[in-house]
Design a protein around this ligand. Structure first.
Ligand code: THU
Length: 130
């Protein structure tokens, strides 16, 4: 399937508008493309009890899984400064889609492309428990 990184980044940027980040003031948007062609979006949602906060990437992926999608082709992550995804989000990416393309953007500008397995080498993944 053709993957339009600009379109995926735009979807992540739109989701970022909904970020609830009153504590860090660091807003994040994510958009994951499922094999069925559907794009699922997420934003970070913080909490006064800080550890109860959740990252944008995990919101997008868990939304997709809840809708029945488990195969992912690409993920766009948008922040103000092109920050890298956190370790917990990398672990969640690996669970479903180690070969997924990952676009990291600052606003609407693509900073770099990588893939989930490159972000988390030598991972503990489903094969470990098989
Ligand atoms: N955050 C994400 O949404 N994704 C990441 O991969 C890194 C961090 C959020 C969590 C928190 O709301 C804010 O960014 C600052 O850590």
């Amino acid at each position: 399937m053709h993957i339009d990184s600009e379109q995926l980044i735009a979807a992540a940027q739109a989701a970022r508008e909904n970020a609830y980040a009153p504590y860090s003031d660091y807003t994040v948007g994510a958009a994951v493309l499922g094999a069925n062609g559907t794009v699922y979006t997420g934003c970070n949602v913080e909490n006064a009890s800080y550890p109860a906060s959740i990252c944008a990437e995990r919101v997008a992926i868990t939304r997709a899984v809840a809708e029945g999608e488990r195969t992912f082709l690409a993920l766009a992550i948008v922040t103000a400064n092109g920050g890298s995804p956190c370790g917990i989000c990398r672990q969640v990416m690996i669970e479903f889609a180690p070969e997924m393309r990952v676009f990291i953007a600052a606003g609407d500008k693509l900073i770099r492309e990588t893939k989930a397995s490159a972000l988390l080498p030598d991972s503990f993944d489903p094969s470990t428990l098989a």
